[in-house]
Design a binder for this molecule. Structure first.
Ligand SMILES: O=c1ccn([C@@H]2O[C@H](COP(=O)(O)O)[C@@H](O)[C@H]2O)c(=O)[nH]1
Length: 262
Protein backbone atom coordinates (compact mmCIF):
# COMPACT_ATOMS: atom_id res chain seq x y z
CA UNK A 1 0.00 0.00 0.00
CA UNK A 2 1.53 3.32 -1.05
CA UNK A 3 -1.35 5.77 -0.97
CA UNK A 4 -0.37 9.43 -1.30
CA UNK A 5 0.21 11.30 1.99
CA UNK A 6 -2.50 13.79 0.99
CA UNK A 7 -4.84 10.93 0.07
CA UNK A 8 -6.66 10.50 -3.22
CA UNK A 9 -9.56 12.50 -4.56
CA UNK A 10 -12.36 11.97 -7.05
CA UNK A 11 -12.90 13.64 -10.40
CA UNK A 12 -16.50 13.20 -11.59
CA UNK A 13 -16.74 12.86 -15.39
CA UNK A 14 -19.73 14.88 -16.66
CA UNK A 15 -20.23 12.91 -19.87
CA UNK A 16 -23.40 14.24 -21.47
CA UNK A 17 -24.10 16.54 -24.43
CA UNK A 18 -26.53 18.54 -22.28
CA UNK A 19 -24.91 21.44 -20.38
CA UNK A 20 -27.90 21.85 -18.05
CA UNK A 21 -27.67 18.19 -17.09
CA UNK A 22 -23.92 18.52 -16.60
CA UNK A 23 -24.45 21.50 -14.32
CA UNK A 24 -27.09 19.60 -12.36
CA UNK A 25 -24.61 16.78 -11.77
CA UNK A 26 -21.89 19.29 -10.94
CA UNK A 27 -24.04 20.93 -8.27
CA UNK A 28 -25.08 17.56 -6.81
CA UNK A 29 -21.64 15.94 -6.60
CA UNK A 30 -19.52 19.02 -5.78
CA UNK A 31 -19.54 18.35 -2.00
CA UNK A 32 -17.95 14.95 -2.59
CA UNK A 33 -15.41 15.46 -5.39
CA UNK A 34 -12.27 17.51 -5.97
CA UNK A 35 -12.67 18.30 -9.68
CA UNK A 36 -15.20 17.97 -12.48
CA UNK A 37 -14.29 16.54 -15.87
CA UNK A 38 -15.39 18.24 -19.08
CA UNK A 39 -14.67 15.84 -21.93
CA UNK A 40 -15.21 15.63 -25.65
CA UNK A 41 -18.94 14.91 -25.49
CA UNK A 42 -19.82 17.94 -23.39
CA UNK A 43 -17.23 20.31 -24.89
CA UNK A 44 -18.20 19.51 -28.50
CA UNK A 45 -21.90 19.97 -27.75
CA UNK A 46 -21.74 23.00 -25.50
CA UNK A 47 -18.55 24.83 -26.48
CA UNK A 48 -15.80 26.44 -24.41
CA UNK A 49 -18.25 28.45 -22.28
CA UNK A 50 -19.27 25.22 -20.54
CA UNK A 51 -15.84 25.19 -18.86
CA UNK A 52 -16.70 28.41 -17.05
CA UNK A 53 -20.15 27.13 -16.08
CA UNK A 54 -18.74 23.94 -14.60
CA UNK A 55 -15.79 25.75 -12.95
CA UNK A 56 -18.30 27.69 -10.87
CA UNK A 57 -18.85 24.44 -8.94
CA UNK A 58 -15.38 22.85 -8.82
CA UNK A 59 -12.06 23.18 -10.70
CA UNK A 60 -12.24 21.65 -14.15
CA UNK A 61 -10.28 18.76 -15.59
CA UNK A 62 -10.51 19.44 -19.33
CA UNK A 63 -10.01 16.07 -21.02
CA UNK A 64 -9.82 16.78 -24.76
CA UNK A 65 -6.74 14.60 -25.38
CA UNK A 66 -4.93 16.83 -27.87
CA UNK A 67 -2.95 14.88 -30.46
CA UNK A 68 -1.68 16.83 -33.49
CA UNK A 69 1.44 18.53 -34.80
CA UNK A 70 3.20 20.73 -32.20
CA UNK A 71 2.07 24.03 -33.75
CA UNK A 72 -1.59 23.00 -33.74
CA UNK A 73 -1.52 21.64 -30.20
CA UNK A 74 0.23 24.79 -28.97
CA UNK A 75 -2.58 26.83 -30.54
CA UNK A 76 -5.23 24.63 -28.92
CA UNK A 77 -3.56 25.06 -25.52
CA UNK A 78 -3.50 28.84 -26.00
CA UNK A 79 -7.21 28.75 -26.88
CA UNK A 80 -8.06 26.65 -23.86
CA UNK A 81 -6.06 28.94 -21.57
CA UNK A 82 -8.26 31.73 -22.93
CA UNK A 83 -11.31 30.08 -21.33
CA UNK A 84 -9.98 31.07 -17.93
CA UNK A 85 -12.75 33.08 -16.28
CA UNK A 86 -13.34 34.54 -12.86
CA UNK A 87 -14.23 31.16 -11.38
CA UNK A 88 -10.96 29.67 -12.72
CA UNK A 89 -10.22 28.00 -16.04
CA UNK A 90 -9.22 24.39 -16.45
CA UNK A 91 -6.96 23.24 -13.65
CA UNK A 92 -5.72 20.30 -15.71
CA UNK A 93 -5.82 19.36 -19.39
CA UNK A 94 -4.85 16.29 -21.37
CA UNK A 95 -2.81 15.52 -24.46
CA UNK A 96 -1.81 12.17 -25.91
CA UNK A 97 1.67 10.96 -24.95
CA UNK A 98 1.81 9.31 -28.38
CA UNK A 99 1.92 12.81 -29.89
CA UNK A 100 5.60 12.84 -28.98
CA UNK A 101 8.07 14.96 -27.06
CA UNK A 102 8.05 17.97 -29.41
CA UNK A 103 4.25 18.22 -29.15
CA UNK A 104 4.33 18.09 -25.35
CA UNK A 105 7.17 20.64 -25.16
CA UNK A 106 5.18 22.98 -27.43
CA UNK A 107 2.08 22.55 -25.26
CA UNK A 108 4.03 23.35 -22.10
CA UNK A 109 5.57 26.47 -23.65
CA UNK A 110 2.16 27.64 -24.85
CA UNK A 111 0.60 27.15 -21.42
CA UNK A 112 3.46 28.98 -19.68
CA UNK A 113 3.40 31.83 -22.20
CA UNK A 114 -0.38 32.20 -21.76
CA UNK A 115 -0.79 31.98 -18.01
CA UNK A 116 2.63 31.66 -16.37
CA UNK A 117 2.46 29.95 -12.98
CA UNK A 118 -1.31 29.97 -13.19
CA UNK A 119 -1.26 27.58 -16.14
CA UNK A 120 -3.18 24.30 -16.15
CA UNK A 121 -1.33 21.12 -15.25
CA UNK A 122 -0.55 19.13 -18.41
CA UNK A 123 -1.32 15.43 -18.29
CA UNK A 124 -0.14 12.94 -20.90
CA UNK A 125 -2.56 10.13 -21.70
CA UNK A 126 -0.56 6.91 -21.93
CA UNK A 127 -2.59 3.85 -23.02
CA UNK A 128 -6.36 4.33 -22.94
CA UNK A 129 -8.03 2.30 -20.20
CA UNK A 130 -10.34 0.70 -22.76
CA UNK A 131 -7.36 -1.14 -24.34
CA UNK A 132 -6.73 -4.81 -23.62
CA UNK A 133 -3.28 -6.23 -24.36
CA UNK A 134 -4.70 -7.76 -27.54
CA UNK A 135 -6.27 -4.53 -28.76
CA UNK A 136 -3.00 -2.69 -28.13
CA UNK A 137 -0.99 -5.33 -30.02
CA UNK A 138 -3.38 -4.93 -32.96
CA UNK A 139 -2.26 -1.30 -33.27
CA UNK A 140 1.33 -2.48 -33.77
CA UNK A 141 2.57 -1.77 -30.24
CA UNK A 142 4.67 -4.59 -28.83
CA UNK A 143 5.28 -5.48 -25.20
CA UNK A 144 1.85 -4.99 -23.63
CA UNK A 145 0.12 -2.06 -21.91
CA UNK A 146 2.42 -1.71 -18.88
CA UNK A 147 5.57 -1.47 -21.00
CA UNK A 148 3.95 1.05 -23.33
CA UNK A 149 2.64 3.13 -20.41
CA UNK A 150 6.15 3.27 -18.92
CA UNK A 151 7.67 4.16 -22.31
CA UNK A 152 5.20 7.01 -22.93
CA UNK A 153 5.47 8.18 -19.32
CA UNK A 154 9.25 8.55 -19.60
CA UNK A 155 8.91 10.50 -22.84
CA UNK A 156 6.11 12.74 -21.59
CA UNK A 157 7.67 13.62 -18.24
CA UNK A 158 11.01 14.39 -19.91
CA UNK A 159 9.17 16.73 -22.31
CA UNK A 160 7.52 18.70 -19.49
CA UNK A 161 4.25 16.96 -18.68
CA UNK A 162 3.18 17.45 -15.06
CA UNK A 163 1.53 14.07 -14.86
CA UNK A 164 -0.01 11.10 -16.58
CA UNK A 165 -3.34 9.46 -17.26
CA UNK A 166 -3.05 5.70 -16.81
CA UNK A 167 -5.17 2.77 -15.72
CA UNK A 168 -5.34 1.58 -12.10
CA UNK A 169 -3.22 -1.39 -13.13
CA UNK A 170 -0.13 0.73 -13.91
CA UNK A 171 -0.19 3.11 -10.94
CA UNK A 172 2.22 1.25 -8.67
CA UNK A 173 4.67 0.56 -11.52
CA UNK A 174 4.69 4.27 -12.37
CA UNK A 175 5.31 5.19 -8.72
CA UNK A 176 8.20 2.69 -8.59
CA UNK A 177 9.71 4.17 -11.76
CA UNK A 178 9.06 7.90 -11.28
CA UNK A 179 8.42 8.44 -7.56
CA UNK A 180 5.79 10.62 -5.93
CA UNK A 181 6.07 13.77 -8.04
CA UNK A 182 4.10 13.05 -11.22
CA UNK A 183 0.40 13.69 -10.90
CA UNK A 184 -1.36 10.37 -11.60
CA UNK A 185 -4.94 10.76 -12.82
CA UNK A 186 -6.67 7.43 -13.16
CA UNK A 187 -9.87 6.43 -15.00
CA UNK A 188 -11.09 2.84 -15.28
CA UNK A 189 -12.27 2.93 -11.67
CA UNK A 190 -15.15 0.65 -10.81
CA UNK A 191 -16.70 0.05 -7.37
CA UNK A 192 -17.02 -3.69 -6.70
CA UNK A 193 -19.94 -5.18 -8.60
CA UNK A 194 -20.45 -2.23 -10.96
CA UNK A 195 -20.57 -2.57 -14.72
CA UNK A 196 -17.18 -2.21 -16.46
CA UNK A 197 -18.81 -1.04 -19.71
CA UNK A 198 -16.08 -0.42 -22.30
CA UNK A 199 -13.31 -0.17 -19.70
CA UNK A 200 -10.76 -3.01 -19.84
CA UNK A 201 -8.00 -2.28 -17.31
CA UNK A 202 -9.97 -1.56 -14.14
CA UNK A 203 -9.78 -1.71 -10.34
CA UNK A 204 -11.86 -0.61 -7.38
CA UNK A 205 -11.55 2.89 -5.90
CA UNK A 206 -9.93 1.44 -2.76
CA UNK A 207 -7.23 -0.44 -4.69
CA UNK A 208 -6.58 2.46 -7.07
CA UNK A 209 -6.04 4.89 -4.20
CA UNK A 210 -3.91 2.40 -2.27
CA UNK A 211 -1.64 1.96 -5.30
CA UNK A 212 -0.75 5.67 -5.20
CA UNK A 213 -3.17 7.50 -7.51
CA UNK A 214 -3.73 11.22 -6.92
CA UNK A 215 -7.09 11.47 -8.63
CA UNK A 216 -9.66 8.81 -9.57
CA UNK A 217 -11.78 9.70 -12.61
CA UNK A 218 -15.27 8.26 -12.20
CA UNK A 219 -18.05 8.74 -14.72
CA UNK A 220 -20.89 6.26 -15.16
CA UNK A 221 -20.74 4.72 -11.68
CA UNK A 222 -21.79 8.22 -10.51
CA UNK A 223 -23.80 9.67 -13.39
CA UNK A 224 -25.78 6.51 -14.21
CA UNK A 225 -26.71 6.02 -10.54
CA UNK A 226 -30.25 6.78 -9.40
CA UNK A 227 -28.72 9.26 -6.93
CA UNK A 228 -25.40 10.62 -8.31
CA UNK A 229 -24.64 12.58 -5.12
CA UNK A 230 -25.06 9.47 -2.97
CA UNK A 231 -22.93 7.42 -5.38
CA UNK A 232 -20.14 10.01 -5.27
CA UNK A 233 -20.36 10.19 -1.47
CA UNK A 234 -20.13 6.40 -1.18
CA UNK A 235 -17.04 6.24 -3.41
CA UNK A 236 -15.39 9.06 -1.45
CA UNK A 237 -16.17 7.27 1.80
CA UNK A 238 -14.60 4.05 0.49
CA UNK A 239 -11.18 5.65 -0.07
CA UNK A 240 -8.52 4.75 2.48
CA UNK A 241 -7.61 8.42 2.94
CA UNK A 242 -9.83 10.88 1.07
CA UNK A 243 -8.07 14.02 -0.11
CA UNK A 244 -9.21 17.26 1.51
CA UNK A 245 -11.74 18.85 -0.82
CA UNK A 246 -10.65 22.39 -0.15
CA UNK A 247 -7.00 21.83 -0.90
CA UNK A 248 -4.69 24.81 -0.95
CA UNK A 249 -2.36 25.92 -3.72
CA UNK A 250 -0.13 23.24 -5.20
CA UNK A 251 -1.99 20.43 -3.50
CA UNK A 252 -1.56 17.19 -5.43
CA UNK A 253 1.00 18.95 -7.59
CA UNK A 254 -1.63 21.21 -9.13
CA UNK A 255 -0.86 24.83 -9.82
CA UNK A 256 -2.82 27.21 -7.62
CA UNK A 257 -5.41 28.23 -10.23
CA UNK A 258 -9.00 27.32 -9.74
CA UNK A 259 -8.59 25.50 -6.44
CA UNK A 260 -10.82 26.93 -3.77
CA UNK A 261 -8.86 28.34 -0.83
CA UNK A 262 -9.37 27.10 2.73
O1 LIG B 1 -7.61 6.27 -20.73
C1 LIG B 1 -8.64 6.96 -20.46
C2 LIG B 1 -8.64 8.34 -20.52
C3 LIG B 1 -9.78 9.03 -20.20
N1 LIG B 1 -10.91 8.38 -19.82
C4 LIG B 1 -12.09 9.19 -19.46
O2 LIG B 1 -12.48 8.91 -18.11
C5 LIG B 1 -13.88 8.84 -17.98
C6 LIG B 1 -14.25 7.49 -17.44
O3 LIG B 1 -15.65 7.35 -17.43
P1 LIG B 1 -16.40 6.05 -16.91
O4 LIG B 1 -17.83 6.32 -17.22
O5 LIG B 1 -16.10 5.98 -15.43
O6 LIG B 1 -15.88 4.87 -17.66
C7 LIG B 1 -14.47 9.10 -19.38
O7 LIG B 1 -14.90 10.44 -19.40
C8 LIG B 1 -13.30 8.90 -20.34
O8 LIG B 1 -13.34 9.78 -21.43
C9 LIG B 1 -10.91 7.02 -19.76
O9 LIG B 1 -11.94 6.39 -19.44
N2 LIG B 1 -9.77 6.35 -20.08
Amino acid sequence: MRQKPNGAGIIAALDTPDPARAEGWARAVAPHVGLLKVGLELFCAAGPQVVRRVAAHRPVFLDLKFHDIPNTVAGAVRSVCGTKGEAGGPAMLTLHGGGGGAMIEAARRAAEDSLGEDRPALLAVTVLTSFTAEALAATGVSGGPTQQVLRLARLALAAGADGLVCSPQEVSRLRDAFGEAPLLVVPGVRPAGSDAGDQARIATPEDTAAAGADWLVVGRPITAAADPAAAAAAIAASLPRPAPLFAGPHSHGLPSHGLPQQ
